[in-house]
Write a protein that binds this ligand. Structure first.
Ligand SMILES: [Zn+2]
Length: 81
């Protein structure tokens, strides 16, 4: 039984490169975060080698403990009330 629904990851450039001075952060499903992280590494930091980047960045993904969907719902709720 596989359950990937509800599992979120995040990538924080400050954790990947604490001395880089970059504050890029993205969160979502593993596929979304990996895609965004690879694009960011290439466009913002000049990394090359997409295959290698995917392996390295995939290992750098962290589990997102807060559920983004719940946070979004709460924000929307409060903006309506
Ligand atoms: Zn960065």
């Amino acid at each position: 039984m596989s359950s990937t629904f509800g599992t979120y990851k995040y990538f924080d450039c400050r954790e990947f490169d604490p001395h880089g001075g970059c504050t890029f952060r993205t969160a979502g499903t593993e596929a979304e975060v990996l895609e965004a992280a690879v694009r960011h590494a290439v466009s913002a930091h000049g990394y090359r080698g997409w295959q290698e980047l995917r392996l390295v960045l995939r290992a750098a993904l962290q589990d997102e403990t807060g559920a983004p969907v719940a946070a979004l719902s709460k924000d929307r709720y409060e903006s309506v009330v």
